[in-house]
Ligand binder design. Structure first.
Ligand SMILES: NC(=O)c1ccc[n+]([C@@H]2O[C@H](COP(=O)([O-])OP(=O)(O)OC[C@H]3O[C@@H](n4cnc5c(N)ncnc54)[C@H](OP(=O)(O)O)[C@@H]3O)[C@@H](O)[C@H]2O)c1
Length: 256
């Protein structure tokens, strides 16, 4: 028996219109899951869904704004109508405010990042928990997409790093509280992963010393997250809750 198989699991992914979420949806579908993709840019989700369907997978795109509780409720309810009870929720939607210090950000920056990365993750998890309770599912599984910024202090990441530090702690407290609903809660904490959005910055000359400070001396590629994500999404992690799985080439172990 393969404990990593996802056959027939219904997995909902927030922030699936670009970057990690876009990739996770394809990966999970390729491993047999039925996937529901949520984000604000529905046309981008539709492109992803078409690719997944062309490859033989099962996928649906739905509008989602994690800063809006009514949008979250509609997303969870429409996803369940489409593919049945949601086995796994991947809380991936996230934003940053650019390279700003605590003196440079304003209240709008703070609200934008904290409301998306933190309040959005809580509200989506809460709505999902109500869904699991009301459904005939045997339990549930929440994966928070955190970051090594939860522990590794960098100048200029002020509101983002705060949000990820709190998201990791949210994972731990929620794991304690969600066990009574038979829901597991874990976090994936990636290091610096190259995506279309950050490639030009990370691969610039200026960032070479930063990259060389990573013990494995390279940034992560999206494929480096396959194993950690499949572990957390599948029954292979059935005795894991409250864990933070780091995939960063050793970056948090390196001196700052
Ligand atoms: N790339 C990395 O190196 C890295 C490292 C560690 C952790 N992470 C984490 O990975 C996650 C994805 O980041 P990424 O690098 O892939 O960035 P990205 O390409 O900018 O993707 C962010 C995703 O979040 C969605 N999103 C933003 N605000 C939303 C909202 N209000 N409601 C619903 N969806 C929303 C975006 O979709 P719409 O704009 O269409 O709504 C998009 O799909 C984030 O949580 C990030 O902190 C990334």
């Amino acid at each position: 028996m393969n404990p990593f198989k996802l056959d027939q699991k219904h997995i909902a992914i927030t922030g699936a219109s670009s970057g990690l979420g876009h990739y996770f949806a394809k990966l999970l579908a390729a491993n047999g899951a039925k996937v529901t993709l949520g984000a604000r840019r529905v046309e981008k989700l539709e492109e992803n869904v078409s690719g997944i369907r062309s490859a033989g997978g099962t996928a649906t795109a739905l509008p989602l704004d994690v800063r809006n509780s009514e949008s979250i409720k509609s997303f969870i309810s429409a996803a369940a109508d489409e593919h049945g009870a949601i086995d796994v929720l991947v809380n991936n939607a996230g934003v940053e405010a650019g390279s700003k210090t605590y003196m440079m950000i304003d209240e709008d920056d703070w609200d934008f990042v904290l409301e998306t990365n933190l309040k959005g993750a809580w509200l989506t998890a809460k709505t999902y928990t109500s869904h699991v309770e009301a459904s005939d599912a045997a339990g549930g599984n929440i994966i928070m997409v955190s970051s090594i910024s939860d522990r590794r202090a960098n100048r200029g990441q002020f509101p983002y790093a705060i949000s990820k530090g709190a998201l990791t702690r949210m994972t731990e407290v929620m794991a304690l509280e969600a066990a009574r609903y038979r829901i597991r809660v874990n976090a994936l904490a990636p290091g610096y992963i190259v995506t279309d959005m950050n490639r030009s910055v990370l691969e610039s000359e200026q960032f070479v010393p930063f990259r060389n400070n990573i013990p494995m001396r390279r940034y992560g590629q999206l494929e480096d997250l396959d194993g950690p994500l499949l572990l957390l999404a599948s029954d292979a992690s059935r005795y894991m809750t409250g864990s933070v799985l780091t995939a960063d080439g050793g970056h948090v172990c390196a001196s700052l």
